[in-house]
Design a protein around this ligand. Sequence first.
Ligand code: CMP
Length: 143
Amino acid sequence: MERTFLMVKPDGVQRNLIGDIVSRFESKGYQLVGGKLMQISQELAEQHYGEHKERPFFGELVDFITSGPVFAMVWEGENVISTARLMMGATNPKESAPGTIRGDFAVTVGKNIIHGSDSPESAVREIGLFFKEEELVSYGKTI
Ligand code: CMP
């Protein structure tokens, strides 16, 4: 079954949006197989956002993601990588549709509430950066 890495960013945690965000993915029919509230180190932030290293906003990105606790999660289900991206809305909240997480809660691209893996390769890489295999659970065939 497909898995993705999702993370409520410091702005989402501080605005008490963890519950709403978790609820959206639960209601949709996905299963939470890993989750933790954590403070990201400078080193982990630089690894996680490595592909943006040359971008002018890289420093800002790392400073923001390390500025307060985040809620890191692994979700599982059919097509969860692309569907979670649809549910999150466009990266820039100016373009994210109402009804999506960013469309409903965010105004600026830097503080856009949530991160989600953009491909199967990113999902594997990001899950491995944030979680040990033994931190993830399996539900079996209950649904
Ligand atoms: P995310 O999905 O976490 O992946 C990279 C992040 O870079 C993206 O969300 C945005 O929050 C951030 N980002 C993209 N463009 C800019 C920008 N111009 N200025 C600041 N942050 C940006």
